[in-house]
Ligand binder design. Structure first.
Ligand SMILES: [Fe+2]
Length: 232
């Protein structure tokens, strides 16, 4: 098989070991990588993930009396491939902290309150134009449990399957202008400023939603030179 896979771009992808971020040493290979040809299953699969998993959570901001606390926001996420073509029918898993900066996860034992009306995760598929829409609340910042008082800025996590295993991407989306962005060790582990900028969502005029949500648009490029940087 003679498929050429572009090598990892060290400028636009995060450095592997992030100083002050204790998890990175065991999330990255400790030995030099071994090059091998991709197999057919990596080049053609997985097939029709959207039909094999349960999709849930297009609206995670609450309904009726059970509204999540926080700034209501509507996210329009576009998934495209390296030449800008929409990646339709791809599954995107999404998770985020609540407005107080707390995840609903047993590993999160921060002091910030859990919101009983906010679960904080969704699994959606893009339509044929590569678009998916999510109604949620803007996540809060949260402290990282290290001794030096480091806080993560508001962000949303995505896991994207793309067309095939080789375009699978795990990344995060940030909110431009947040004061904590400039000191975030994960965001700033991407050396190239333009690549870091591609991790920021764009605030756009409201769409007439009856609840007047903040509307953000964001584009994720799953492969190629302008690929969205991976984020742990
Ligand atoms: Fe996070």
């Amino acid at each position: 098989m003679d498929t050429v896979i572009a090598p990892r771009d060290e400028r636009t992808q995060p450095i592997r070991i992030v100083p002050g971020y204790p998890q990175t040493p065991w999330r990255n290979p400790g030995e030099p990588l071994v090059k091998r040809a991709p197999t057919l299953s990596e080049l053609t699969g997985p097939l029709e993930v959207a039909k094999r998993v349960q999709l849930l959570g297009g609206d995670i901001a609450g309904r009726g009396e059970k509204q999540a606390i926080g700034q209501l926001m509507h996210l329009r996420l576009h998934v495209v491939d390296e030449d800008g073509s929409p990646v339709g029918g791809t599954v995107v898993e999404i998770w985020q902290a609540n407005a107080a900066g707390r995840y609903i996860h047993p590993n999160d034992d921060d002091h910030a309150p859990v919101d009983a009306n906010f679960y904080g995760a969704a699994r959606l598929a893009t339509d044929e134009t590569g678009l998916l829409e999510l109604r949620t609340v803007k996540p809060g910042a949260y402290p990282v449990p290290t001794k030096d008082g480091w806080w993560r800025p508001p962000h949303i996590h995505f896991s994207i399957f793309g067309r095939v295993w080789l375009s699978r991407l795990v990344t995060q989306m940030y909110f431009p202008g947040e004061p904590l962005n400039g000191q975030d060790r994960i965001l700033n582990a991407v050396p190239d400023a333009a690549a870091r900028e591609r991790l920021g969502a764009r605030l756009v005029p409201p769409t007439g939603d009856p609840h007047n949500a903040l509307v953000y648009e964001h584009q994720i490029v799953v492969r190629g030179r302008k690929a969205t940087p991976a984020q742990p």
